[in-house]
Write a protein that binds this ligand. Structure first.
Ligand code: ADP
Ligand code: MG
Length: 238
């Protein structure tokens, strides 16, 4: 579970083509990071995978099943954004369990899943508090916790740390790496931060205006950048 294939995926906004025939296979459990300059199409690509943006042409397969036209709820994926949009009137625990409650899950099951996610994210002491009583980093943890309880086959992150200050960003980066080890789930992570990309990724996908400039491990990209664009982006001495 959790293998994702993009087959000649394109995105058009009217006459403007922003994603230009992307072919990519992501293995189950892999941590893949999309990097590239602002406006190159990272969010669009991620949102097409998550189902928040229609795929204009091409196909999306999840575990070999064609999911191109499926709504987000039928893809088994979850998205974490930089703005965490927690419900202010609910406690941390209620925020984390809300999607399960909406889906009609039994109370005991919700509690079990929320407690487990809180344990993984070290949020146990905060379960009864309101989001406004938490720090930015803790709030982002709650947003991630909300995703974990849904037991997704893959996590999609769109610049989840860019609202945090530098020190917190480093701390949360380690948390996310640890989470990937613990959960062993596919993660697709968008960032424009090279350090985040280099430290988190099994493989990095460098996007350049809607096309893939290069795909490879951080080391491959650093040692053998395919062109000057990649070299400049990764910071390697080409
Ligand atoms: P990134 O996340 O890499 O910064 P985006 O995926 O947000 O880039 O945007 C890629 C391109 O698509 C940009 O040129 C952006 O202006 C354009 N774009 C994004 N969303 C829309 C939209 N809803 N309508 C028209 N153009 C859009
Ligand atoms: Mg973006």
């Amino acid at each position: 579970m959790g293998a994702i294939t993009l087959d000649k995926v394109e995105k058009w906004y009217g006459d403007l083509q922003v994603i230009k025939g992307i072919d990519l296979t992501i293995a189950d459990g892999e941590f893949v990071v999309f990097v590239g300059p602002s406006g190159c199409g990272k969010s669009t690509l991620l949102r097409m995978i998550g189902g928040l943006e229609e795929i204009s042409r091409g196909k999306l397969l999840i575990d070999g099943q064609d999911k191109t036209a499926d709504p987000p709820s039928k893809r088994g994926l979850t998205m974490v954004f930089q703005s965490y949009a927690l419900y202010p009137h609910m406690s941390v625990g209620e925020n984390m369990g809300f999607s399960l409650k909406t889906a009609g899950a039994p109370k005991a099951e919700i509690k079990e899943k929320v407690d487990e996610a809180a344990r993984v994210l070290k949020l146990e002491p905060y379960l009864d508090r309101r989001p406004k009583a938490l720090s930015g980093g803790q709030r982002q943890r709650v947003a991630i916790g909300r995703s974990i309880v849904r037991d997704p086959t893959a996590f999609l992150f769109d610049e989840p740390l860019s609202n945090l200050d530098a020190a917190l960003r480093v701390e949360m980066r380690y948390e996310i790496a640890k989470l990937h080890k613990t959960l062993a789930r596919t993660m697709i992570y968008v960032t424009h931060d090279q350090v985040e990309a280099m430290t988190l990724a099994d493989r990095i996908v460098v996007l350049e205006f809607g096309v893939i400039a290069q795909v490879g491990s951080p080391r491959e990209l650093y040692e053998r950048p395919a062109n000057l664009f990649v070299a400049q982006f990764i910071g390697s001495p080409k």
